[in-house]
Design a protein around this ligand. Sequence first.
Ligand SMILES: [Zn+2]
Length: 81
Amino acid sequence: MTLGNMLANGVRTLGVWCSGRGCGRHSVIDVERYADNVPVPWFGPRLRCESCGHLGADARPNWSEEAGTWGRIGYNSALPI
Ligand SMILES: [Zn+2]
């Protein structure tokens, strides 16, 4: 699954779950500015949780976006911009 595949299905955000022990924070991140050929799993290890500071999250296409469910942007990218 790449961002291009995701966009083809009308989804522009990822649902992410912090993998920090005992945290479980869930958030939504906007990935529109990234290239179409970036694979979805590329993001997980590069996301830092705002809540517990853990580096690494479970990232999946935010399919529920189609139903109009929007979360907050709660993760800071650990990548240099
Ligand atoms: Zn966390």
